[in-house]
Ligand binder design. Structure first.
Ligand code: ADP
Length: 499
């Protein structure tokens, strides 16, 4: 069953957020662009107007100089000039350098214009042109007031100060229209951007929806399913590939865990079944013979021991998986440890009519956990004894190299076919289950042995062939090699035992 689809608030959805940010950026850029263009347009309209006024005033002043102080005619001329059919309504005022008005046209006369100010006059006399926006009563729009000096063509000195009033109504109307256009176009454009952006974000993010839908359907029982890849090589395709890889690893891990649980249950059920069977047979027989009870109890204790052994091994593997096993790292004499294990197994070997061979080992110190290393060699020796028929030989040899020490445990037993070499280190793996059951193995010994070797920075090598015996070589690093390894590598936790 797939997990329910998680509810994501609309405004939290990636496609909404993407569209929102995208539109907000668009709005910002558009507003900035519109403001810039508007300012430029307004400025150039002003410049055009100024140029137009300048040309007009030059023409007018040429006529004024021609009329040579004929103020009546000049006055008439100014009136005609200001009445002319123009885009902008213009009005003129002529003053002498002292600021006294000499002539002016209609607007200056009729509207309540202020006389020229001291500053305006001084600036004009200094040769500076002045412009300012003025508002006249009764006029809806402002005027542009330009004050300029006029130079006598002969003396080249300021002879007059000319003031021009331009009614800005056409310019104001134009800019207002421009503003209206901008303000109505921007929201329209933003609306369009929003819908286009949303559709685009939806299309781009579609694979995420598909990935999430498929991922929801994948549960521990359907881990064989995979996300469909677009093979486009884009980020979403890579994400699908990564997730598929993760699901594959999860599937492997789940399969192993399931297998492990089934194997463990099976291994524990066997001794229980035996104990129950024996008890039942005894009860049914109705015997009162103490020897019969004693035999069953002894068998029960054997099965208990077997179960305790399996459970202890399982517990160790579980702790190793969880990384909670604390391993000692004391310098210890490996030669002494080998002699000790060897002596113990010599007795077992003799009991099985096997020859156990080992000479005195070269003195060698390794860093490690004594009990675990003991367990490692015991597991291998136990197998060597178990899987070697009577009359065979088991030998332990130790060779100290430059960086490591190699302990080889060789037997002349039944051997292992190459296809099983890697598998024998797996959990609950037995080459021939029935034979192992007889000999009491649950298939966990080598799994634990390999984990211990790896946790000590070493490994186990196997050379074996059916009928030709087996040699398990435990390679452990020497303390010097360990130190240089530690200096180059960051601290690692002991590795998990093989699955
Ligand atoms: P077990 O407890 O069954 O011995 P192990 O993990 O120690 O489990 O070994 C796994 C399997 O590897 C054994 O069941 C056996 O089939 C094979 N094996 C291990 N050691 C030897 C050996 N020395 N000679 C032949 N077969 C071996």
């Amino acid at each position: 069953m797939s997990s329910p689809r998680p509810k994501v608030a609309f405004f939290r959805r990636a496609r909404f957020r993407l569209t929102f940010y995208y539109t907000a950026i668009q709005l910002l850029c558009l507003s900035a662009l519109a403001a810039f263009l508007y300012a430029r347009a307004e400025r150039s309209m002003f410049q055009e107007l100024e140029k137009f006024i300048r040309d007009d005033v030059s023409d007018l002043m040429a006529r004024v100089y021609e009329l040579k102080d004929d103020w009546q005619t000049i006055q008439a001329r100014l009136d005609t000039e200001s009445r002319g059919e123009r885009f902008y309504e213009l009005s003129f005022r002529l003053l002498d350098p002292q600021g006294k008005m000499l002539a002016c046209s209609r607007t200056f006369r009729e509207a309540k214009t202020k006389p020229i100010t001291e500053t305006q006059l001084h600036d004009a006399l200094d040769g500076e042109a002045q412009e300012e926006i003025v508002r006249l009563p009764d006029r809806a729009h402002p005027h542009l007031l330009l004050t300029r000096p006029s130079y006598d063509p002969q003396t080249k000195k300021v002879r007059y100060v000319v003031q021009t009033l331009a009614y800005l109504e056409p310019l104001e109307k134009l800019t207002r229209r421009l503003r209206t256009n901008i303000f109505s176009a921007i929201p329209l454009f933003i609306l369009l951007t929003w819908f286009a952006g949303y559709a685009l974000a939806r299309k781009v993010l579609k694979p995420i929806g598909m990935i999430s839908r498929t991922a929801r359907q994948i549960t521990s029982t359907s881990l064989n399913e995979r996300l469909v890849r677009s093979k486009s090589g884009d980020e979403f395709d890579m994400l699908s590939a990564t997730l598929n890889d993760m699901i594959r690893r999860l599937e492997e891990s789940f399969t192993l865990t399931r297998q492990f649980a089934a194997d463990a249950a099976h291994e524990l059920r066997t001794p229980l079944t035996i104990m129950r069977g024996e008890a039942e047979v005894l009860l049914r027989s109705g015997t009162r013979d103490p020897a019969a009870y004693q035999a069953v109890l002894e068998s029960t204790i054997r099965e208990y021991d077997r179960m305790i052994h399996i459970i202890t091994q399982l517990l160790l593997l579980a702790q190793a998986d969880a990384g909670t096993v604390k391993l000692g790292s004391e310098p210890l004499r490996l030669d002494e440890l080998l002699a000790e294990v060897g002596e113990t197994f010599k007795i077992v070997a003799e009991h099985e009519r096997l020859t156990m061979e080992f000479d005195s080992f070269p003195e060698v110190v390794v860093n490690g956990d004594r009990a675990r290393l003991h367990e490692l060699f015991a597991n291998i020796l136990d197998n060597a004894v178990k899987y070697t028929p009577p009359g065979g030989r088991v030998a332990i040899a130790c060779a100290v190299g430059q960086d490591d020490v190699r302990v080889a445990i060789a037997d002349t037993g039944i051997g292992i076919a190459p296809e099983h070499h890697e598998k024998v280190f797996g959990r609950f793996y037995r080459v021939e289950s029935s034979r192992s059951r007889e000999t009491g193995g649950a298939g966990l010994g080598l799994s634990i042995a390999r984990w211990i070797a790896r946790a000590h920075g070493g490994r186990i090598e196997l050379q074996s062939a059916p009928g030709a015996g087996s040699t398990f070589t435990v390679v452990l690093p020497l303390p010097v090699a360990l130190e240089s390894q530690a200096a180059t590598e960051p601290a690692k936790r002991p590795p998990s035992p093989p699955a």
